[in-house]
Ligand binder design. Structure first.
Ligand SMILES: NC(=O)c1ccc[n+]([C@@H]2O[C@H](COP(=O)([O-])OP(=O)(O)OC[C@H]3O[C@@H](n4cnc5c(N)ncnc54)[C@H](O)[C@@H]3O)[C@@H](O)[C@H]2O)c1
Length: 412
């Protein structure tokens, strides 16, 4: 099997988790990826990740603080995995693509639609793979819901609800997640949700929405529950208070190309929360769009809800692909403590196959851009006060909200 020499660029919280994904993949017969190098502008983060990689993979990769210097020093590299914060995804990815490297980039694909379009062009002109690491839809719960919707198990979907609001004023993982020019909380979480909505219900035609900044002052959480050493250190170093300028609350209606409408209520702040995910069809409904380590359940007609186990037992024609079946033989992930790493391993596996065998990746640049555009459509609608067409947001014709970010970051 052709080997892929990979460098991880961005060795923070998610970068550390990617190392666990690589370790998970390395234990399978599907692995063709060798981690050769780490790059982070913060040398301390690169050093920590190298030590972690040494423990997980048995070899400490070389460390760098500059992408071009890394590529010059290691001509054997084929690909990079970009896990920096989103404000520089386009800059790092375009540079890597122009150096002839294949790119897998974390979600959100980029900080604005224009930045996504730059990346798509860079991949095209260099003939390189560009894959967006969107993990939620890869969970078997999302795959099963997708099978049920597309096979007509609930008839024709006519409405959806995607309501996910967590109240409070706590800093959401990192301070940068509250800054508009670095990818606020709605973009950070919203791209996952937009991706699930598009995955289950098809393309979005038009969006009408509103956004608010409800918590302009964010406070450090009382504890950091993530066990990784990196997250603990990040938490210790974190300022007690962050002034937020990125909106944290949103409401929208998505009119889908297929005729359904979706109600979107997504936020992280304020004094009340909600969590309802529903796909309503003419002959039944599905609770949940699927998510990492999540569950879905389904009702046919006016019968009782079937839990995921029963849905799986009765799902005619539903089959997991070989890699997914290897990691999730029961088709259930809710109690799987390694689900995060396994989904990452699946992303790496697909990326490696795309490079070595020329297969298409599921979430390519265009798909990743559509997720970013769907979230920004809510912001753009709030700016214009009317509905916006997705085609105009995706082409960059409607960009009043994002123009400020593009100008600040020099995205031309
Ligand atoms: N798919 C998921 O479930 C999931 C979960 C968490 C984070 N993420 C995504 O992963 C990305 C990283 O998030 P995080 O929480 O790890 O952030 P983080 O702040 O913990 O880490 C970012 C790292 O990138 C480094 N960096 C910044 N600019 C760089 C550059 N130009 N070159 C090299 N390194 C650079 C920083 O020094 C830092 O070490 C984001 O896009 C985020 O949305 C995805």
């Amino acid at each position: 099997m052709e080997r892929i020499n990979l460098a991880l660029v961005g060795c923070g919280g998610m970068g550390t988790r990617h190392l666990y994904g690589l370790r998970t993949l390395a234990r399978t017969p599907f692995n063709r990826i060798d981690l050769k190098a780490l790059c982070d502008i913060n040398p301390e983060n690169a050093r920590m990740a190298a030590a972690e990689a040494g423990k997980l993979l048995g070899v400490e990769p070389a460390i760098f603080t500059d992408l071009e210097a890394m590529a010059a020093a290691m001509p054997e590299l084929n690909a990079v995995d970009v896990v920096t914060d989103p404000a520089v995804h386009h800059e790092v990815s375009c540079k890597a693509l122009d150096l002839g490297l294949h790119v897998m980039v974390e979600k959100p694909m980029a900080i604005t639609v224009r930045a996504c379009l730059m990346m798509i062009q860079a991949a095209r002109r260099n003939g390189r793979v560009l894959s967006v690491a969107e993990n939620y839809r890869r969970d078997p719960s999302a795959r099963l819901a997708h099978h049920m919707v597309t096979s007509g198990a609930i008839g024709t979907p006519y409405m959806g609800l995607f309501h996910d609001v967590s109240e409070g004023d706590r800093i959401f993982i990192t301070p940068w997640r509250h800054l508009k020019n670095r990818g606020g909380p709605l973009v950070d979480m919203g791209v996952h949700f937009a991706d699930l909505i598009r995955y289950q219900l098809g393309e979005i035609h038009e969006v009408y929405g509103d956004v608010r900044l409800v918590e302009p002052v964010r406070r450090k959480a009382d504890t950091m529950w993530r066990p990784y050493e990196y997250y603990q250190k990040q938490y210790e170093d974190m300022a007690p208070v962050v002034t937020a300028d990125a909106e944290d609350s949103s409401v929208a209606v998505f009119r889908m190309v297929g005729g359904a409408t979706v109600s979107w209520v997504v936020g992280l702040g304020g004094h009340g929360g909600c969590s309802t995910q529903l796909i309503l069809g003419t002959e039944g409904c599905i609770e949940g769009y699927g998510t990492r380590g999540g569950r879905v359940r389904m009702r046919r007609g006016r019968g009782d809800f079937q839990e995921q186990e029963e849905m799986l037992a009765q799902a005619e024609g539903f089959e997991q692909d070989a890699v997914s079946a290897h990691f999730f033989p029961t088709g259930l992930t809710a109690a799987d403590r390694e689900v995060d790493w396994k989904l990452l391993a699946m992303e790496y596996c697909e990326f490696g196959e795309a490079i070595a065998e020329g297969r298409e990746v599921e979430v390519d640049g265009k798909e990743g851009m559509k997720d970013v555009a769907a979230v920004y459509a809510v912001f753009e609608s709030a700016m214009t006060g009317g509905a916006v067409r997705m085609a105009e947001v995706e082409s960059g014709e409607i960009d009043a909200y994002q123009a400020e970010i593009d100008a600040a970051l020099g995205i031309l």
